[in-house]
Design a protein around this ligand. Structure first.
Ligand SMILES: Nc1nc2c(ncn2[C@@H]2O[C@H](COP(=O)(O)OP(=O)(O)OP(=O)(O)O)[C@@H](O)[C@H]2O)c(=O)[nH]1
Ligand SMILES: [Mg+2]
Ligand SMILES: [Zn+2]
Length: 351
């Protein structure tokens, strides 16, 4: 396998690349990591570091111009095959933040050493379903399963039809199963809170310490944001893993399709309401109120659904005028100055 293939270059990607960049002088490369204004790329001949490109994020396939060997330049980004995104926190323009590009599997990491964050799990499931990739719930730290008994059962229930794999980086349990889920050439991103064990899982899957890991706070089991950048890691067996920094909350972006499937149980109730325009408040014959009263629908889950609905409604309001404005700004011709920092550059170095 050449380096590009180790980072997920398949026939499908190749076909997409050629159709989007018919100029045969351009070379495919994949963004392994972005930091300090520079991007690390996997290219056919090795790993290289070039100046950042505004539109390129970790996981992207880019077109590389190597006509000046001392000055490789990213000249374009292939349209993403899948994208996991969330709304930027506190951003009034509400442009989406890309969490992961071109992944096939969204690994939603749920640690079982602390109480479950149901809201985050639901939201991550929504974003995952909306991404075009396959969601997979990954329970971590199975060796600590005696701490919070309910986490596994509750996670399985919330996951619905989404697959759940239970793992331990400590004992190695579940690692083989996880590896078989990610086929050669596929990319799996790990998304979850800080301290969930994402990097530990990466190390366990690779079989050596490729990522730093950090102890969780004894008081509440939360992590300390050890991982600070997303990074692609080739796995034995030909799949690619994307380790990520922990999520700090999770806002939604354009997730309407995902909402339908993630809250299927809630939305199925609506059909049972007496009035078709039922607001699910004090109206007579409201199936939601009945389910709440009878315990068939958890109050917390109903609140979570309503909160998402409100969030989606406000996003819709904000998107219509402002997104066009934002697009206008983006389409302005950007100055093409891909200046290489020579001492940082590390061209064609075999890893
Ligand atoms: N007992 C046990 N501890 C684990 C396991 N996996 C991870 N840990 C511990 O959990 C802590 C956090 O692990 P990390 O892998 O750094 O967590 P992370 O999700 O990468 O965290 P951030 O990089 O901060 O987002 C470390 O102290 C790990 O040793 C496991 O399977 N079993
Ligand atoms: Mg980490
Ligand atoms: Zn109703």
């Amino acid at each position: 396998m050449n380096i590009l293939q180790q980072y997920g270059y398949t026939q499908r990607v190749s076909a997409h690349f050629t159709s989007h960049f018919p100029d045969t002088d351009l070379n495919p490369a994949r963004v392994i990591r972005v930091d300090r204004g520079r991007i690390r790329l996997a290219a056919e001949h090795g790993i290289l570091i070039v100046a950042a490109h505004q539109d390129a994020t970790t996981g992207d396939w880019v077109a590389l111009d190597l006509s000046e060997p001392d000055h490789p330049v990213v000249v374009g980004v292939m349209p993403r095959l899948t994208v996991v995104q969330r709304k930027k926190a506190y951003d009034p323009i509400a442009e989406p933040q890309v969490l992961a590009a071109n992944v096939d599997i969204v690994g939603i990491v749920v640690p079982i050493d602390r109480p479950i964050s149901a809201n985050r799990l639901d939201r991550t499931l929504v974003a995952a379903r909306d991404s075009g990739a396959t969601p997979l719930v990954i329970l971590t730290k199975a060796d600590l399963s005696n701490r919070f008994d309910s986490v596994v059962a509750e996670t399985v229930e919330r996951a619905g039809s989404v697959g759940v794999v239970t793992t331990s980086a400590e004992t190695g349990d579940g690692l083989d199963e996880l590896l078989t889920r990610a086929k050669p050439g596929q990319t799996m991103v790990l998304l979850g809170p800080s301290g969930a064990g994402k990097s530990s899982l990466a190390n366990a899957l690779v079989g050596r310490a490729v990522q730093n890991t950090g102890a969780v706070r004894a008081a509440d089991g939360r992590g300390k944001h050890t991982t600070t950048a997303r990074e692609l890691i080739p796995l034995p067996g030909g799949a690619v893993l994307m380790d990520t920094p922990g999520l700090r909350g999770f806002a939604l972006w354009e997730a309407e399709d995902g909402l339908d499937t993630s809250f299927e149980d809630v939305e199925n109730l609506f059909a049972g309401c007496r009035f078709t325009d039922c607001q699910h408040g004090p109206e007579p014959g409201c199936a939601v109120q009945e389910a709440l009263a009878g315990g068939a629908l958890e109050q917390r889950r109903w609140l979570s659904y309503q909160k998402m609905e409100r969030e989606l409604a406000s996003l819709r309001r904000r998107q219509t005028p402002t997104r066009n404005h934002a697009r206008g700004l983006n389409s302005r011709q950007r100055a093409k100055e891909e200046v290489l920092d020579r001492d940082y550059r590390n061209r064609f170095r075999q890893p």
